[in-house]
Design a protein around this ligand. Structure first.
Ligand code: HEM
Length: 281
């Protein structure tokens, strides 16, 4: 039975949905021709400069634009697709770096060498921090936030002795694929070097699929990688993150993978004269 009365999880979800709808529909109205045209307070980009403005301007072959409802659905999809995935990747990345100080050391050495204390540019994040990219790739191998996905077979095929007919629903799991020991030896170990260009080229198609694949591959792949690297770089250059002593990770599975109950981390700041030493928080 689903409880729907006041105070129930359902009622809270509906209230949260209304609050989000209000924000998104408000933005849509503001940006329509004749709307206020100015984004409200906060870090919202100026109208014309973002995905919502592009969607507002899009027209089909008959010159029709999206309805407000369609725009709202697209925006909601992007917001949800981009939020849990990047935030849980960051949590798992911090978790693995805390357990693997030699990897953290290399990440920090690369940051010092490439950035020398300045904030990273988009170009740095996209192409200039190759070791950090390997670390993100390895994090997404062990903890692909979207760890299973639906497909439908277009023609019959055989897999591991099972005959699969055409037209049936199939669930694939990147969690399982990414832990196959014949593809990723010592699969539970955190080894970013697995993704060095040469080793990566040897991977079979479909062996590594944190962003899915084919026509429905994640539309936010590059942006998601950029967000994770931007936040990781900013946090790691300022703070030392230590796991609570005795902490044992339990992986929550819905709606996306995440450390169950959040990741308990003790934060210290790097001291200028004693780089990478911790000041107790
Ligand atoms: C670390 C970050 C991310 C991961 C691991 C991730 C992963 C995925 C995966 C596995 C899929 C399914 C692909 C398939 O079925 O083949 C997907 C789809 C999608 N993702 Fe992401 N995602 C991330 C970030 C983002 C961001 C930042 C956005 C938007 C700003 C986004 C928007 C979407 C959308 C809209 C889809 C559906 C695409 C479609 O069905 O055509 N994702 N994502």
């Amino acid at each position: 039975m689903l409880l729907r009365g006041p105070g129930s999880p359902w009622a809270r979800m509906q209230a949260n949905r209304r609050a989000l709808d209000e924000i998104i529909l408000g933005q849509i109205e503001e940006r329509r021709p004749g709307g206020a045209g100015v984004a409200p307070a906060g870090n919202t980009p100026a109208a014309g400069d973002d995905i919502l403005s592009m969607l507002l301007e899009a027209r089909d072959e008959d010159g029709e634009g999206f309805t407000a409802r369609e725009l709202r659905d697209q925006m909601m999809h992007l917001l949800f697709g981009g939020h849990d995935t990047t935030s849980s990747t960051l949590s798992f990345l911090i978790y693995e770096l805390s357990r693997n100080p030699h990897v953290l050391e290399r990440v920090l050495e690369e940051q010092d060498r490439v950035l020398g204390g300045r904030a990273p540019t988009a170009e740095d994040l996209l192409n200039g921090l190759p070791y950090l990219s390997l670390v993100v790739d390895e994090t997404l191998r062990l903890y692909p936030p979207v760890w299973f996905g639906p497909r439908m077979s277009v023609k019959p095929f055989e897999f591991e002795g099972h005959r699969v007919p055409a037209g049936v629903h199939i669930i694939h799991s990147s969690w399982v694929t990414h832990r196959l020991p014949d593809v990723f030896p010592n699969p539970e170990a955190f080894i970013p070097e697995r993704f060095e260009p040469e080793a990566r080229r040897r991977l079979a198609p479909g062996a590594y699929i944190p962003f899915g694949g084919g026509q429905r591959i994640c539309i936010g792949k590059r942006f998601g990688q950029l967000v994770v690297k931007a936040v990781a770089t900013t946090v790691l250059r300022s703070f030392r993150c230590e796991l609570r002593p005795g902490y044992e990770l339990k992986v929550g599975k819905l709606p996306t993978l995440s450390p169950e109950g959040g990741l308990p981390v003790r934060i210290g700041v790097w001291q200028a004269d004693r780089p990478r030493a911790t000041v107790p928080s």
